[in-house]
Design a protein around this ligand. Structure first.
Ligand SMILES: *Cc1c(COP(=O)(O)O)cnc(C)c1O
Length: 398
């Protein structure tokens, strides 16, 4: 089955649900059993979970371990990455933190790209440190040079490509090759590309993470995290921690995310096309000096993107021709009609924020003195978006 067909078919069993096209919302805390023996078996099943041998066959024992609504979504997400297992969490950040929590212990060391999603860095700096785990950040363009940073206690290499805010594309195959030789687990935050434009597992990654909040759901109304993997041992660890924390999303959110997922492919292609068109136009504007978009040559790792990725999506940044002061930045942003001002992305609507990459760097230096804006290009008509930005550039023109 091709990917576009998989997105439509996976995790749907209409005739198990009276012919309903979408798996209905099953709400339950308590799940009843027909007999003492059946309940007892399910209880044993729960003990079994805590070993490393859990398989993801549906086990309806209590609401936190899932309902047909959540199992359907997990199945679809695992299929999309072409792996056996998927877990879903109440947010992307929860998925990241609980994955790290599941795999690390006091005395361990983790290597993280300097271009990592900001709140992941905050978690490592404060929570992991509190638990006695040491973090080292690496240059996203390090490639196989990562081998020089490995310590005897290095457990995880955490990648994200392209990087948050600045979009450096990492050489994932080079990094996973080194990691494998040293028996280090590799993680990738794949929220930007989704499994449609980059399959982490085909490039050697052990565990992939996505903010389901973004493209999977795609409508700015659900928070969700997704973790996928193929390895039974790692999955055993992930699900064990998942259950210790009771970190389940609501059935309503699972339903919405599954509904959003069905149109992921068409939405993503349109985001790609709109973002490319807008970025090309921006490139020709005199107040723009750099396009930090993996499909453009200004972007670090552009050649790696061409080699490894199947497409680009709606999020990128631009560098302006000088440093604009606060009131100029406000004049630019406050007058925008179609670009919303807000965190997150992945919905159908465009967004624009002012960013300061130097605040979230430690291994590398962000030496760009000029103003940087991050754009998220939604599904509006690109001509309207251009006109909106054209007016904004006029507002800050000298
Ligand atoms: C938004 C985001 C997350 C976190 O997702 P939430 O659901 O908002 O917690 C993680 N990684 C990346 C790259 C993101 O952009």
């Amino acid at each position: 089955m091709k990917k576009d067909t998989k997105i439509i078919r996976s995790g749907r069993h209409p005739f198990a649900h009276s012919g309903m096209v979408n798996t209905p919302i099953y709400r339950s805390s308590t799940i009843l059993f027909p007999s003492q023996e059946a309940y007892h078996d399910a209880e044993n099943g729960r003990v079994y979970y805590e070993t490393d041998n859990f398989t993801s066959s549906p086990d309806y024992s209590y609401g936190t371990s899932g309902t047909p609504t959540s199992f359907a979504l997990r199945q679809a997400l695992a299929d999309l990455d072409g792996v056996k297992h998927a877990l879903i969490y109440p947010s992307g950040l929860a998925a990241i933190c609980l994955t790290l929590n599941a795999l690390l212990q006091s005395g361990d060391h983790i290597l993280i790209t300097d271009s990592i999603y900001g709140p992941t860095r905050r978690f490592c700096k404060q929570e992991l440190k509190r638990f006695g785990v040491e973090t080292t950040y690496y240059d996203p363009m390090i490639g196989q040079g990562i081998k020089d940073l490995i310590q005897p206690n290095t457990k995880i290499i955490f990648t994200e490509a392209p990087g948050s805010l600045t979009f450096e594309v990492q050489d994932i195959p080079a990094i996973t090759k080194v990691a494998k030789a040293h028996e280090i687990i590799t993680l990738m935050d794949n929220s930007w590309a989704t499994p449609l434009f980059f399959n982490p597992f085909e490039h050697g990654i052990d565990i992939a993470i996505q903010a389901g909040t973004k493209y999977i759901n795609g409508h700015s109304d659900v928070l969700m995290g997704v973790v996928t993997c193929n390895d039974e041992f790692l999955f055993g660890k992930l699900i064990s921690t998942y259950r210790h924390y009771g970190a389940c999303p609501s059935p309503d959110d699972c339903y919405l995310a599954a509904r959003g997922l069905r149109t992921l492919s068409v939405r993503l292609k349109q985001h790609e096309q709109n973002a490319l068109a807008l970025a090309k136009w921006l490139q020709s504007q005199k107040q723009v000096t750099k396009i930090l978009h993996p499909a453009f040559e200004d972007c670090a790792g552009h050649d790696i993107w061409k080699r490894d990725f199947k497409g680009s999506t709606g999020l990128f940044s631009i560098v302006l021709d000088r440093h604009y002061n606060e009131s100029e930045v406000s004049a630019f942003i406050n007058g925008l009609e179609y670009f919303g001002i807000g965190a997150s992305w992945g919905g159908y609507e465009s967004l624009l924020i002012h960013i300061t990459p130097s605040y979230v760097r430690s291994a590398t230096k962000w030496s760009e003195p000029n103003t940087v804006l991050r754009l998220y290009v939604g599904l509006e008509d690109v001509e309207d978006l251009k006109a909106d930005l054209e007016k904004a550039f006029k507002r800050i023109a000298k």
